[in-house]
Write a protein that binds this ligand. Structure first.
Ligand SMILES: Nc1nc2c(ncn2[C@@H]2O[C@H](COP(=O)(O)OP(=O)(O)OP(=O)(O)O)[C@@H](O)[C@H]2O)c(=O)[nH]1
Ligand SMILES: [Mg+2]
Length: 329
């Protein structure tokens, strides 16, 4: 059995921002042992009153859009203002290639060694409740530990953008000029998901095409049906290679955030997100207790075989399993 701290020791360490304890707590949260789940839930309950005070920032974009570079730059800028910054990334490719994890680590090296920063990369496939559930827990932990800003990096696949939108206050989408299909695709909804568009790597030979992409995107967004024009995302061209690019960028983000705060939009959004979280947790716990039920475990494989061979309909099999579950619970 793995050695765990007492609940009080975790609590104290997290609230005092003790890096060793925080790291141990994250390991506990990542565990899939049932006895760890109980301690995790008790801890979350106790941490909750200490959470909520950070700004939650989502950063999404296609692979290679420059997300990690951007996060590191913005993170360093914020720690230079004495802000505490936590970065949560999931690594969707961890089971396929290890290269990307190592790459990320190297690229965020100067932020990783910053005493005001915490970087955590979680493998994405291992959690019963999925990445989203896990990330939300880490957000609460980071907030209780006093981080002012929690940044979440996610690779844009459509679904992951809606997921990250559901747990952040502000979503930044990094796009690259010359990936025209992406820009076209944005007409279908993503435009209204992001709070800020950044045409990234607008430097060198990319500059002219980036300006063009900016105009194109602005046009797409001007057709949006958002009622409040203040909520319409801005499109800016950006390069991490420019000198001191993050101070003016942060100014832009802060202006927008101030509006969102004053108008009550952020509060409202968090209230809705809390409900989403509750519903997801219910679904998650029901699913877990279903699939972990000994009788279901015992018959699921056989049912699946019969369904795949066409001997039973999928819906019929599901109904039978649920009947078994309900009458033995
Ligand atoms: N020219 C230029 N290159 C950049 C800029 N930002 C990042 N890059 C480069 O683009 C490549 C990818 O950058 P990352 O920050 O790793 O991109 P990412 O979106 O995190 O990539 P994944 O996590 O693999 O999806 C690296 O070689 C960076 O050095 C920029 O502003 N200008
Ligand atoms: Mg990255």
């Amino acid at each position: 059995l793995k050695k765990r701290l007492s609940k009080q020791a975790y609590l104290k360490g997290i609230i005092e921002n003790n890096p060793t304890v925080i790291s141990k707590a994250i390991t506990l949260f990542e565990s899939s042992l049932p006895q760890d789940a109980d301690l995790t839930n008790e801890l979350l309950q106790e941490l909750y009153p200490h959470s909520g005070k950070s700004l939650r920032l989502g950063i999404s974009g296609i692979p290679g859009a420059g997300k990690s570079t951007f996060i590191e730059g913005l993170g360093k800028y914020l720690t230079s203002l004495n802000q505490k910054v936590a970065v949560l990334t999931t690594d969707p490719s961890s089971t396929i290639s290890k290269g990307s994890i190592l790459g990320d680590k190297t690229r965020m090296e100067s932020l990783a060694t910053d005493p005001l920063a915490l970087i955590r990369t979680s493998p994405s496939q291992t959690y019963l409740g999925g990445v989203t559930m896990h990330t939300r827990k880490l957000i609460l932990l980071c907030e209780a530990a006093g981080y002012d800003m929690v940044m979440i990096e996610t690779v844009g696949t459509g679904q992951s953008e809606s997921d990250v939108k559901q747990m952040t206050d502000f979503l930044i989408l990094l796009v690259l000029a010359g990936t025209g299909d992406e820009l076209q695709g944005m007409k279908k909804g993503i435009a209204e998901l992001a709070d800020l568009f950044i045409v990234n790597k607008a430097d060198g030979d990319n500059l002219a095409s980036s300006m063009h992409a900016q105009q194109e995107l602005q046009h797409v967004l001007s057709l949006s049906t958002l009622k409040d024009p203040e909520l319409r995302p801005e499109v800016i061209v950006f390069s991490s290679l420019a000198s001191d690019p993050f101070s003016s960028l942060w100014h832009t983000i802060e202006n927008k955030l101030n509006y969102l705060k004053k108008s009550g939009f952020l509060d409202n959004q968090r209230k809705k997100q809390n409900i989403v979280w509750m519903n997801e947790a219910i679904k998650n716990q029901l699913l877990t207790s279903f699939y972990e039920h000994p009788l279901i475990k015992g018959s699921l494989g056989e049912m699946q075989r019969q369904v795949s061979e066409g001997k039973l309909s999928g819906i019929g099999a599901a109904e039978e399993l649920i009947k078994i579950f309900k009458s033995n619970n």
